[in-house]
Ligand binder design. Structure first.
Ligand code: DGJ
Length: 554
């Protein structure tokens, strides 16, 4: 206690010393273990506050976080959905409304409220680019086009897209981002509420495959930069095949202009611009990391089949130019696909090449997200999953798809410790089933599993429906013969890979939950619930966790 005359008692001096040391320790500790990625076995995991962290997330609609008033009904919704992480934009025009004058109030309020709600935050920097366009740059940038030049189409028409070839554009964007990181560090390093940054958003060029600003045209005539060529030569054996093919078609040339090395086709325009987009974004990311080294990722708007460069947002971190991004942007930790089109598995398979950790920062919030969250986290051991516009219409009762997601996030949260223990060791699998892909086979330990959509069994009322709700599950091997199932709409058949007859029985099956880290049995499953000892399963409306032990018989 402080005495009224200002003198301090012995007790208060000790107390103050303890507080000062704790604060100092907290900030030293926070700095030495800021959120980062860690390799475990053949996979990566996020480490936050010194512990593995799995992002059960959602991304806010674009304008929701522009005032705290608009956010007010959203926070309880995020909790209702069982999120532990929210992806929130930071808008350059609101952060730096006047050049050099930063307004951090909104950013700080968002961090403080998220912390109060026990949510982690991924900040999306809506800086120079947001879905190709430069819609979120401040008015002082928009209105001074001489100083902040725009990209041009092939016909020389100016676009509402800042050109990445201007130093002024880069300096202004980078300066704002670096101030942002400086501020986040100041208010949050001791807490680690903010765990990950996304510099820019869905970078891409439209309506031409490359920028035709005079600064760009000049670079296009120059020789391929040495750093890019050195990277391609060094990494030739592991380059993505679709990119390697383009290089090969032109004879694997190692010197010359862009067109001499890659040919005079549209793909060369895209490769060229990908390099300069990546170089620019790398500098933004690196400037932020210099202040506060939170991990960074860049997201991609996926291109549609049959569209040529320029007809889709080109030169972003798409699979066919990902090698260029990696060469030019060593400061970016990973790349992520945004899903507004089908073929979830096909695209993810392209993104996990070369050990790129998978994180799904955006998926349209439809009735497939619950099953896909299970699949992504099980099959790819993803860092996290986030439906887009997660808040939908707050205040209304949860819709069926929202309820399903909430239940799925709840069970994934429960098995998280099992996921942490078994990550990167081929002991986790995820399945995603629908009317087209009704069955899938995989191996865990000495067992072969066949997972089947439960509608395929024909017993559930909806199995005759035209549309099938996708089903999903995570299966984790915890001992030689012990497994956990977490999911819905999946029926598992097992076969022994050790025994020549392959016969496997269920020794024990339980439905339950985790309480304080202990498995609590809610029901001992047998009879109809295991199809008389044949299958492990839960129906489409039944999001459950089950523990089961297998044995082989003669
Ligand atoms: C992808 C973008 O990254 C999001 O910000 C949003 O615009 C969605 N598309 C679609 O609404």
């Amino acid at each position: 206690m402080i005495k009224s005359n200002g003198a301090m008692s012995k007790k208060s001096i000790i107390l103050f010393t303890i507080i000062a040391l704790t604060v100092q320790f907290q900030s030293v500790f926070a700095q030495s273990s800021i959120p980062h990625l860690q390799k475990v076995g053949d996979r990566y995991q996020m480490m936050v506050n010194g512990k593995p962290f799995l992002m059960l997330a959602g991304e806010l609609g674009n304008s929701t976080a522009s005032t705290m008033e608009s956010m007010r009904p959203v926070w309880p919704r995020l909790k209702e959905l069982n999120l532990n992480t929210v992806l929130i934009p930071v808008y350059w025009d609101l952060l730096e409304p006047e050049e050099g004058k930063f307004d951090y109030e909104l950013v700080e309020d968002l961090i403080l409220e998220a912390r109060k709600q026990q949510l982690k935050v991924v900040f999306l920097w809506f800086g120079a680019w947001k879905n190709s366009m430069s819609s979120h740059v401040p008015a002082w940038v928009k209105l001074n086009q001489k100083r902040f030049p725009r990209a041009q189409s092939s016909s020389g028409e100016s676009q509402e897209i800042l050109t990445p070839f201007s130093d002024n554009n880069l300096k202004a964007d980078l300066n704002a981002y670096h101030h942002l990181l400086q501020y986040i560090k100041k208010v949050d390093a001791a807490y680690q509420t903010v765990i990950l940054m996304q510099p820019e958003n869905e970078i891409g060029m439209l309506p031409s495959a490359r920028d035709h600003h005079p600064l760009a045209n000049q670079k296009f005539q120059e020789s391929i930069p040495n750093d890019l060529m050195a990277y391609l030569i060094k990494n030739k054996p592991s380059l993505n095949p679709e990119f390697l093919k383009i290089w090969e078609q032109n004879g694997f040339k190692t010197t010359g202009t862009w067109e001499e090395v890659f040919g005079s086709e549209l793909h060369t325009d895209e490769i060229f611009l990908a390099y300069y987009f990546a170089r620019y974004t790398n500098q933004v990311s690196a400037a932020g990391k210099k202040e506060y080294a939170l991990p960074t990722y860049v997201n991609a708007a996926l291109n549609r089949a049959g569209k040529k460069p320029g007809e889709y947002p080109s030169a972003g971190p798409l699979p066919h130019v990902l090698d260029i991004w990696k060469a030019a942007a060593p400061s970016i930790d990973f790349y992520s696909p945004d899903f507004y089109n089908p073929n979830f598995k096909q695209w993810n398979d392209l993104y996990v090449r070369q050990n790129n950790p998978l994180f799904i920062p955006e998926h349209s919030f439809d009735n497939t997200v619950a099953a896909k969250a299970l699949f992504a986290i099980g099959h790819y051991e993803a860092l996290g999953f986030a439906p887009f516009s997660i808040e939908q219409i707050p205040g209304k009762p949860l819709s069926l798809k929202e309820e399903k997601l909430a239940k799925v996030y709840q069970i994934i949260g429960q098995v998280k410790t099992l996921l942490d223990k078994n990550r990167g060791q081929n002991r986790i699998e995820g399945v995603l089933l629908d009317k087209e892909a009704r069955e899938v086979t995989f191996t865990l330990g000495a067992y072969e599993f066949t997972a089947e959509h439960t509608y395929n069994l024909g017993w559930e009322p909806n199995s005759k429906a035209e549309e099938w709700e996708p089903a999903g599950a995570i299966i984790i091997q915890t001992k030689e013969n012990e497994f956990y199932y977490a999911g819905f709409g999946v029926s598992l058949k097992m076969k022994s890979l050790k025994k020549s007859n392959g016969f496997v029985g269920i020794l024990k099956a339980e439905r339950g939950y985790f309480k304080n880290g202990n498995w609590i049995v809610y029901q001992h499953l047998n009879g109809d619930q295991t199809h008389q000892g044949r299958h492990i399963r839960s129906f489409v409306d039944d999001v459950t966790i089950q523990r089961f032990t297998l044995y082989e018989y003669e």
